[in-house]
Design a protein around this ligand. Sequence first.
Ligand SMILES: [Fe+2]
Length: 322
Amino acid sequence: MGTLYAFPYTGRNGLIGRWNRVVRRWQRGGVEDYALLGGRQQPRLLPARHPDESLEVSEPHIHLPGLPEAFAGYRIVHITDVHYGLFLPLEAVADTVELANALEPDLIALTGDFVTFSRSCIEPVAIVLGRLRARDGVFAVLGNHDFRVGATAVARALRREGIEVLRNRHTMLRRRGQSLYLAGIDDLRYRADLPRALRGVPAGAPTLLLSHNPGIIEQAAAHRVSLVLAGHTHGGQVNLPFFGNVYARRRGGMRFKLGWDCLGATQIYVSRGIGTVVVPVRYRCPAEIPHLRLLPATRALHPPVYPRDVAPDGRTRCTSST
Ligand SMILES: [Fe+2]
């Protein structure tokens, strides 16, 4: 059975029961270590302890060449595709906020699709997301659904709640005199302008990019962005045996549409997100809150990855220089 997010809330398979299982799982750990260097050129994926979990806190460790020492161990909670509305009640958004805050991250990144198709949903979801807390703040970009419903209204509501909305611009995070750049762009199919967002970022400076749509990967790689955080695909949302999902049917399959991948010197993490669209169901594709930890890499990735060298599991091999 898929997950009907709207109900029930109580009982073992209710939202509260699922949330408790997620917290327990998080407390036990469950780390995905994307160690590109030191002889481990493939992501090391520890097996999921509960493959049937309907909401998962993943813990990707991302090794970034050039990461300033002051940002070693920097933790980011990534929330995307909340889609507050008919299929996801406000209580579920509040639970997500509570879980994110319990992780006590350095930064929270929101990568769009806060609503699905109703302007009346903008204000309530912004108020609940306004309770998010992180040491360096909460940053957001807008998704395609936000543009359809009203980009200006969504951005205004988020800003009113203290969330910094990055619309084709960047900001600088500072720690002990060292800098990490954080850029954000509008949705790729609307007003995304990556060159504008990166204007003023020094060449070679470590840079994170928030983009709703992972389709920005080739542009990001051309600009040598360090890491892209994206959503949009919902991980396919409904993943049928043999048939797969709507994204897997397209050219390129699930490349750059789910989890970790890289292109050239640019790494990307695509979350399965929180909510649903079209149908209120997830099947073999649990919702996800990535809790990323940035770690330094001692050697640079080998540029570029072209031509694509795709591993048997569908991931691109990223090689390190020797
Ligand atoms: Fe979405």
